[in-house]
Write a protein that binds this ligand. Structure first.
Ligand code: F6P
Length: 503
């Protein structure tokens, strides 16, 4: 392994311009497409503006063989306990119908239950429902928030407000926009113990009670891997939608955590969302070597993070509807792969996940692109856009949007000479472009699944476990010990607690 990394590090470093000049077929070689069916369209993945070349692909394929990438991938889809530190499988793909038979069957049965509840609510079984306050945090909030924002611009069957933060301002904002008589509450928590979520849920129930709802618990739907805890908390079993413990929090959008999405867009559209993701699952499961698009993306990620020392990666959605995608990808990448030990517990021998950030185009061009073009930090960039417009205004809007997206990739690569150095651009800065034919449930599902598998492929190459997140625990423990009182802290923390009247 070490020898392969050395060989990779020792490869010559032609510029992007040189790579394009020497290979006329470069765009075709490094562009792939995943088809999602006639209606849904497909996605084009263009990695030609990265520094991957035939020599890299060859060595990265050897590296993938050395870490038994195919074996690791098989273990993922076979439902083996690849989350070794927690003794669990990682079966999010089974939620989309791809995985171990028994897990797919279980997921389908739980989806059938969710479908019944979603359709019953649409048909008025719980009275008039205009609003849903969806309470969850991290993986229990970011996915629903993204999907609903992306897919309901033309209207939603139910108006969903996602509340994550313990800061009461978040809940206050949601309740100020809802009518208690026609509001349902979804409490979304894999563990059903998360402080923020349980505190917010109690406040939501109080709000309903104080505003004349006689049986607030009768307005609650629970989405959790621990249904017994939801029942114990007071939710009627008929309104508890469970999902398997083997679905990780940040991979749970496809499970009952997707309930608000299904409620907002409708069940058939939710199924299209799952099907789009499943098409990527099949591509990822059945395609070998660099033709496997998430694996190819991971090769480029490793090239930049490990071989060229890039400590960040950015994603810019040139589509207002996908403005929340960078936040979703941030948790996916940073919580999965921000690790310092390998799956076997030994220290890693190189950098792991880059800092993942991003924004929306064209806004970001007028705010942060200065650094990306002329700063000293090289940040590989992903551009994401849709060929079809999401708006009905003058087509000039969408044309200018797309032209700007492609112009940025071209400018980063080409650079520009100038005698006045302040006006010069070094160029040779990498980017990749994902272009969907149209943004719809299937293409959004596919884009998210692509990133899940890209994250997994990176973890496999680095031999780390992407499915645990122990790094989030220490801060939670300390917050609890502050609440309990009596614990001693460093002088700075003690002074802060005193200043805020918390000591
Ligand atoms: O603290 C991190 C985390 O455990 C995430 O991994 C998870 O998505 C989030 O908190 C919410 O957890 P839960 O769904 O159990 O409330």
């Amino acid at each position: 392994m070490a020898a392969l990394w050395t060989q990779l590090a020792d490869l010559p470093r032609p510029t992007l311009a040189e790579l394009f000049a020497r290979d006329e077929a470069r765009v075709d070689t490094l562009t792939g497409r995943i088809e999602l069916g006639e209606e849904a369209g497909g996605i084009r993945f263009d990695w030609s503006k990265t520094h991957l070349d035939a020599a890299h692909l060859d060595l990265f394929e050897k590296l993938a063989a050395a870490v038994d990438f195919n074996g690791q991938r098989k273990a993922l889809f076979d439902g083996e306990k690849i989350n070794v530190t927690e003794g669990r499988a990682a079966e999010h793909t089974a939620q989309r119908g791809v995985g171990r038979d028994s897990s797919v069957e279980e997921a389908m049965a739980l989806h059938a239950r969710m479908k019944s509840l979603v359709e019953a609510i649409h048909e008025g079984a719980l009275g008039e429902v205009k609003y849903l306050i969806h309470i969850g945090i991290g993986g229990s909030a970011l996915g629903p928030k993204l999907a609903i924002d992306a897919l309901t611009r033309d209207g939603a069957k139910v108006d969903v407000h996602v509340v994550a933060n313990i800061d009461g301002c978040a809940m206050e904002q949601a309740i100020s926009r809802c009518d208690p008589a026609t509001t349902l509450i979804a409490v979304a928590s894999k563990t059903f113990t998360t402080t923020e979520t349980m505190t917010n849920a109690t406040s939501a129930l109080n709000w309903l009670r104080e505003n004349g709802v006689e049986d607030p618990y009768g307005r609650v739907v629970a989405l959790t891997a621990y249904p017994e805890k939801a029942v114990e908390w007071g939710v009627d079993e008929t309104r508890v939608l469970p999902f398997s413990e083997s679905v990780g929090g940040r991979y749970s959008l496809w499970s009952s955590i997707g309930f608000p999405v299904a409620l907002a867009i409708g069940w058939d559209e939710f199924v299209e969302f799952l099907e789009g993701a499943a098409a990527v699952d099949l591509h990822f499961r059945d395609t070998d070597g660099a033709a496997n698009l998430p694996l190819r993306a991971a090769f480029a990620d490793q090239l930049y993070t490990r071989l060229r020392g890039c400590q960040a990666r950015a994603c810019f959605a040139y589509d207002e509807r996908m403005a929340l995608l960078p936040f979703y990808l941030q948790q996916l990448e940073m919580e999965s792969n921000g690790k310092s030990v390998k799956a076997d517990g030994s220290p890693v021998d190189g950098p792991t996940a880059p800092i993942t950030w991003g924004g929306v185009g064209t806004d970001a061009q007028h705010a942060v692109f200065q650094l990306l073009h002329q700063g000293t930090v090289i940040t590989p960039i992903d551009f994401i856009a849709s060929i079809a417009a999401g708006d009905d205004l003058d087509p000039a809007h969408h044309r200018i949007l797309l032209m700007n997206c492609f112009a940025q990739g071209a400018a980063l690569m080409a650079g520009k000479d100038a005698t006045d150095k302040a006006r010069a651009y070094a160029g040779d800065r990498p980017s990749a472009t994902m272009l969907v034919d149209d943004l719809n449930p299937a293409t959004l599902g596919a884009l998210i699944a692509f990133h899940e598998h890209r994250t997994f492929a990176n973890a496999a190459l680095m031999q780390i476990n992407p499915f645990d997140q122990f790094g989030v625990e220490l801060g939670k423990e300390i917050a609890k010990s502050i609440e309990k009182g009596g614990a001693r802290f460093d002088a700075s923390t003690t002074a802060l607690l005193e200043a805020a009247g918390l000591a």
